[in-house]
Design a protein around this ligand. Sequence first.
Ligand code: IFM
Length: 459
Amino acid sequence: MLRFPPNFLWGAATSAYQIEGAWNEDGKGESIWDRFVRWPDHVLNGDSGDVACDHYHRMENDVALMGELGLPCYSFTISWPRVLPRGRGALNPKGLDFYDRLVDALLARGIQPKATLYHWDLPQTLQEHGGWPNRDLTNFFADYARIVFDKLADRVKLWATFNEPWVAAFLGYGHGIHAPGICNAQAAYQSAHHMLLAHAKAVQVFRQGNYPGEIGLILNLNHLLPASDRPEDIAATERVYAETHRIFLDPLIHGRYPEDFYTWLGAHAPQRAADDLALIHRTVDYLGINHYNTDTVAYDIFGGWLKARLTPYAAPGWGFTTMGWGINPYGLHAELRDLKIRYGNPKLYITENGCALPDQPDESGFVADHKRIAFLRAHLQQTHAAIQDGVDVQGYFVWSLFDNFEWERGYSQRFGLVRVDFQTQRRIPKQSALWFREVIRCNGLPPDDRPPPPNRPPD
Ligand code: IFM
C-alpha cells in the first residue's frame, strides 16, 4: 500500500456557477455567465447553470452526503454576484448567509471548508464597467474579499483568491469561448495581469487584517511536451509555457515579469504600473495546481498569437477523456518536478484532478466507473512519487464531487464522483466515490486490483 504523509489533506471540489443554480433568487445579481448562456449557440444544447445541481436548495443534504463519503475537506467557490449583486456597494445578506450556513454545516460534520473567491462568475455590472481589462476591478475585488473574510475567516482557514485565472482571462477575453465572449489578445493579457494584481490586493487585505489561515492562488498547469526536438517546436512550447505558467509564477515567486516573452508578444503585452510587481511578489502561502492532461506543442504560423499548435497527448495504453484530453499520469509527476526545480519547491495542493468519461449507469443509476478509478489511482501514484522526490505536495482534491455544468459544453461531460440525474436531482455515488472513501480512510492507495499502468514514457 502506498501511504501518504500524515496530515495529507484529501478532498473534492466544486464551483458556484457549476452546481448552485438559483441564478436569480434571494437577491443574487446577474453574472457574466448568466448573460453568456443566453446567447444562442454559445453553450452546447443551450444548457445553462440556471438550475445545475440545485445545490443552493439542497446544500444540507449535499453536505450530509459529503460526510457519508468521508471527505475531510470540501473545496467550494463563492459567487461574487450572490454576495454583492452589483459587484460593489450594497450587500446581499441572504447571499452571504448561504455561505455562512454552508461553512457551519460542513464544520458540524467535521469537514474542513476550503473557499475560493473567484471561479469565473464576474458580476455583469462589472463587465459593463469594462470587465477585467479595467484596472478598477482590482480594488473592487479586494473590497469584496474583505467582506467575505470578515464573515467567514473565523471558520475558514484555507483560502484561494482565483481559480484558473488563465482560463478566465484567455478563454473569456482572448478566445471568446467563455463569458464574456471577447476575442482580443491584449484584453486577455491585461485581464491576466489585473487578476494577479487583484489577487495580491486581496492577500494584502487578508494579511493586514490578521485573519488566521493560509491563502493561495490556483493555476491550471497542464503538462507540455515539444512535438519534436526542432528548435521552432521547442520555442513554441516555451511560449505556451510562458503564457500558462510564467506570466503568473515568475512575478509571484521570482518577483519579475517574463520580459523576454512580453517583448516577443509586442503590442499584446499588458500595461503594468510601477509598483505592481512589488505588490504581487510573495503573495502565495501555497499554490493550487489543477492538472488534467498533457499536450504536445508544435510551431504553427496559423497557431494564433502564440504561433503554436497544441495536440492532446495520451501515454501508451491510456487514451482520451470525453473532453478530448489525453491521459498521461506521468505528466503530473513531470509537472510537479518542474515546479520544484523552477520555482524553489513551493508548498502545493493539487486542487483539481479528475476526468470526464462516458459513464454508463445501470438500471439503479449506479456507475461502475473503473476507468475513473484507474485514472485517479495512476495520478495519485505519480503524486506519491513526486512527494518521494521531495516535492512539497500537501493535499489532493478530486474534480469534481458532483457531475455538473461544464461551461461551454453544458451537461455533456460527467466529471463527478457522484452521479447527478439532472431530471430528478437524485445523487448516486459512483464506484469511484466509494473507492476514494477507502483511499481517504487508509491515507493511501488500497492494493491494486487492476493491471499495472503501462511503462513510463519519456517526458
Ligand atoms: O469544470 C472545470 C472547472 O471549472 C475548472 N477546472 C477544470 C474543470 C474541468 O474542465
